[in-house]
Ligand binder design. Structure first.
Ligand code: NAP
Ligand code: F7E
Length: 344
């Protein structure tokens, strides 16, 4: 029997790189969509065995360019499509709302339309997100039935992606699953997301390269899991007899402040908090120096305050369950950072 073929958009990103490894290990032929960039941005896949693997292929294209998607889909004829490509930074979506809508909303439709026009029966995974929820504390834990009320251009673009995916399932009988994934992190996380910013910042503070880490909202609560475990849930969704939508999360929530405390503790620095609001600082109890300061440039015009997912449906139907705890996640990210192993 010939190998199953998967097309992964967003293969150069955190999740795409882990998913590519996971599927190649399962014997898939993996095709990835990459953008042309003036300097190479393939650190997450290049040094892994992707580059040398005989069953791995990269194709140029862009979610906003229907011609390129039609071409790539017609060349690959994938059994499974994992649509992970997105402008994925929530704060930046306030600065580039139009582009975010094009890539994260219309891009999903472009890819679904490509499959439809070509008359293929590819199964389709859509990277939906906990940013569909409002994050109002009274709503947690959020599950598949919690109402959506996004609070950012990113969230609303992803809502379009979620709904258009559902519509292709209902209207055309497509096998489409939305994975409503809560935050998931790793040493490959982009360095402008808060977890990586903190772990890199702690190492820079320890090595004397910077005095402190400037952060925004320290009160925000997130349900943080480990990315390699989360990509497995994407694969499991597409192996079910019927297509459905699933929340994927740990069920634990922690604040940005707690993440910073734990990361500094890993490097032997105890932090005590002083002041309030923009005056709040994290002080190294030994030296008395501020190692965290609040910088309002990292506040968002609108914030999702409190996320905590209920993944019991994914556990029941997919047999999926996370094993990496919050403490273990901070430790493994700090260990990788100290060894210089994180993606730049
Ligand atoms: P990421 O590291 O930011 O990777 C995003 C990927 O999308 C990159 O490969 C990027 O390519 C590609 N991309 C962006 N715009 C594109 C476009 N217009 N055309 C083609 N490719 C484009 O994101 P991630 O953390 O791996 O997340 C994967 C997906 O899951 C995203 O859709 C994200 O919104 C969603 N999600 C993430 C989380 C999370 O906690 N990580 C949670 C829920 C949902 P370049 O390398 O060229 O920039
Ligand atoms: O922020 C607060 C910030 O940017 C987490 C994406 O993968 O997960 C991610 O979105 C929290 C927010 O992730 C800083 O205000 C404080 O409350 O790491 P983040 P995110 O916005 O939750 C969801 C599920 C996705 O789908 C997205 O694609 O941390 N925060 N200070 C900060 N955030 C950043 N980035 N930088 C700060 O300095």
């Amino acid at each position: 029997m010939s190998a199953k073929r998967a097309l992964i958009t967003g293969i150069t990103g955190q999740d795409g790189s882990y998913l590519a490894e996971f599927l190649l290990d399962k014997g898939y032929e993996v095709h990835g969509l990459v953008r042309r960039t003036s300097s190479f941005n393939r650190q997450r896949i290049d040094d892994l065995y992707f580059k040398k693997h005989k069953d791995a292929w990269l194709h140029y294209g862009d979610m906003t360019d229907m011609n390129s998607l039609l071409h790539v889909v017609s060349v690959c004829k994938p059994d499974e499509v994992y649509n992970l490509a997105a402008q994925s930074h929530v704060q930046i979506s306030f600065e580039v709302p139009y582009y975010t809508a094009l890539s994260d909303a219309i891009g999903v439709q472009n890819l679904l339309e490509s499959i439809r026009i070509l008359g293929l029966h590819s199964k389709f995974y859509q990277a939906s997100t906990s940013e569909l929820f409002s994050g109002a504390p009274g709503e947690a834990p959020q599950n598949e039935k919690t109402p959506f009320k996004p609070r950012s251009p990113y969230g609303v673009a992803k809502l379009y992606g979620y709904e258009i995916s559902r519509i292709y399932r209902e209207a055309y009988g497509f096998f489409v699953c939305n994975g409503i994934l809560f935050n998931h992190e790793s040493p490959r996380r982009g360095s402008n997301f808060v977890t990586r910013k903190i772990t890199r910042g702690v190492v820079d503070v320890v090595q004397g390269k910077q005095d402190h880490i400037p952060l925004g909202n320290l009160h925000a609560h997130r349900d943080w899991g480990y990315a390699p475990e989360y990509v497995e849930s994407m694969y499991l969704m597409l192996q079910q007899p019927t297509p459905e939508d699933y929340v994927v999360a740990t069920g634990e929530t922690h604040s940005v402040r707690e993440f910073a405390e734990k990361a500094f503790a890993h490097a032997g620095i105890e932090v005590r908090w002083e002041g309030e609001g923009v005056e709040e600082k994290g002080i190294d109890t030994k030296t008395g120096k501020a190692v965290v300061v609040v910088d309002p440039q990292f506040f968002r015009p609108n914030e999702v305050d409190h996320l905590c997912g209920d993944a019991s449906y994914a556990k029941e139907k997919l047999g999926w369950q996370p094993t990496v705890t919050f403490e273990a996640l901070v430790s493994l990210m700090m260990e990788a950072e100290l060894k210089g192993e994180g993606t730049l």
